[in-house]
Design a protein around this ligand. Structure first.
Ligand SMILES: Cc1cc2nc3c(=O)[nH]c(=O)nc-3n(C[C@H](O)[C@H](O)[C@H](O)COP(=O)(O)OP(=O)(O)OC[C@H]3O[C@@H](n4cnc5c(N)ncnc54)[C@H](O)[C@@H]3O)c2cc1C
Length: 443
């Protein structure tokens, strides 16, 4: 059977794009964190939607499931096999069209990375309106599939807000395409695929809604005594800063880890328990607006950077967290969201339940989005942290998705009626259960 499947896959995409040997599959079978791994039958790399449809037909005929994969930067194990599936790698779908300036959109293949899209459109004074530290690897298809957030979600929303249409291949091999830009005829299938994590269809191309790239930027690093003070800072500055583009936080133990990893000893500012990075962007210099909002909040001594190199040095401290943590061990990554006024209590309680395990927390302050990283904990810590987030009125996934890591706990934040509706949608669009089984919904 396996050989017949491989022959059908080779007929679909060409033998050069079917990777069946152990060593050629290996890089696709383990996730970015090293925590999730599964053996695949093969990795297939289609070049267009027609080939994707042919791969799905071959897999359906052989009763084998597919795991779609983009840049494999996902953090919830949804893009790597559980065992025995075919990995459908979408990185060869690389068309990048001309920007439609009148409409403010650009068409791009699912395999284009965020950094490539940023370069493509920034040259024209435009911006994708999304940014995240995995920009060099994360693909547009993966970002749509996870409804990624990132640092600019505060201003522009998550990826969902950037989608003006999708081309996708459904489980039965049919291809859905976007038509005109403004189009509300019937159910919005593209909206359904956003955040579906490869379980409802394969995204092959996106029509991405762009924003103006605001050229004048300022970043401030504010040192604070507590997360309650950080929440209060947000409450004061947010209404005063229409130019606010990002508001992230990290803690002093996380900073220590990053400095160690980056072989730096002195961050260039006094150490404190909590740090908040605020970035404003506008057509004209927003520095005075930011300074005045900080004064209103009683902050006199922020580190302020306007040049891009200085700003990047500050952001490297926040964006360096994932790499610094990965250098120490394989973390349990729990991306959760809580109401801002619960943030301090939540993080303190996570520390308490983690016991001897090391907790590193950082995230997107403006969205109440905490990335809880636990080093040295066992599987029980996942459930404990997710239950705690739910108990604080929060969510078990703010931006990374459910994947396989959290599928067991979806009922903590989704009602029986919502879960029934999700299962009905899944059964209707993927009746044979070949699209990423085990991700999002427990099979
Ligand atoms: C250092 C670092 C920083 C990060 N920062 C952020 C952040 O700030 N915000 C944030 O939201 N995420 C962040 N992430 C997580 C990750 O980058 C995002 O989840 C991203 O959207 C994944 O894109 P990808 O192409 O790597 O997808 P993959 O990891 O390959 O896949 C992710 C999921 O999408 C599915 N999928 C992938 N491509 C397709 C497709 N074409 N069609 C259908 N399904 C598909 C997969 O099956 C899987 O379930 C970060 C990750 C790292 C390593």
């Amino acid at each position: 059977v396996a050989d017949a499947l491989l022959a059908a896959l080779e007929a679909a995409v060409g033998a050069a794009h079917v990777l069946a040997d152990d060593d050629r599959r290996a890089g696709f079978e383990t996730d970015w964190t090293g925590r999730f791994h599964g053996d695949a039958r093969a990795v297939v790399r289609p070049a267009d939607a027609g080939q994707v449809a042919a791969v799905l037909a071959a897999c359906r005929a052989h009763g084998v499931a597919v795991v779609p994969q983009g840049g494999n930067t996902g953090l919830v194990g949804g893009g790597v096999p559980r065992g025995g599936e075919v990995i459908l790698s979408l990185t060869h779908l690389r068309d990048l069209g001309a920007v439609d300036r009148a409409a403010g959109v650009v068409a791009a293949g699912a395999g284009v990375t965020l950094a490539e899209l940023q370069r493509h459109v920034r040259a024209l004074g435009l911006d994708p309106g999304v940014d995240l530290a995995a920009r060099d690897g994360a693909t547009l298809g993966g970002m749509v599939a996870t409804d990624a957030g990132g640092t600019h979600a505060l201003r522009y929303g998550t990826v969902r807000a950037r989608i003006a249409g999708l081309q996708a291949v459904l489980a039965d091999g049919s291809v859905v395409e976007p038509r005109v830009l403004k189009d509300n005829a019937g159910y919005d299938l593209a909206a359904l695929l956003v955040g579906s994590e490869g379980t409802l269809g394969i995204i092959t191309a996106v029509r991405w809604r762009l924003v103006a790239r605001l050229p004048a930027r300022v970043t401030a690093l504010v040192s604070l005594d507590s997360l309650d003070a950080a929440a209060a800072l947000m409450t004061t500055v947010r209404p005063r800063l229409p130019s606010l583009e990002a508001a992230d936080f990290f803690l002093d133990d996380g900073l220590a880890l990053v400095l160690d990893h980056q072989r730096r000893s002195d961050p260039g500012f006094a150490r404190a328990p909590v740090y908040v990075l605020l970035e404003c962007a506008d057509r004209s210099d927003p520095t005075e607006e930011l300074a005045s909002a900080l004064r209103e909040a009683g902050i006199e001594d922020a580190v302020v950077a306007t040049g891009s190199a200085d700003r990047e040095r500050l952001w490297a401290l926040r964006e360096g967290h994932a790499d610094a943590i990965a250098a120490v061990g394989v973390p349990h990554k729990l991306d959760v969201g809580v109401p801002l006024d619960r943030l301090a209590a939540f993080v303190a309680e996570v520390d308490a339940i983690a016991g001897d395990a090391r907790v590193v927390a950082f995230g997107h302050l403006g969205d109440g989005n905490v990335h809880v990283n636990v080093l040295g904990g066992d599987d029980a810590i996942d459930e404990a942290v997710l239950r705690l987030a739910a108990a604080h009125g929060g969510t078990i996934s703010a931006e990374h998705g459910i994947g396989v890591a959290k599928a067991r706990w979806l009922s903590l934040v989704r009602s029986p009626a919502e879960l029934r509706a999700m299962r009905a949608i899944k059964a209707a669009l993927d009746p044979d259960g070949i699209l990423n089984p085990g991700a999002v919904l427990v099979t």
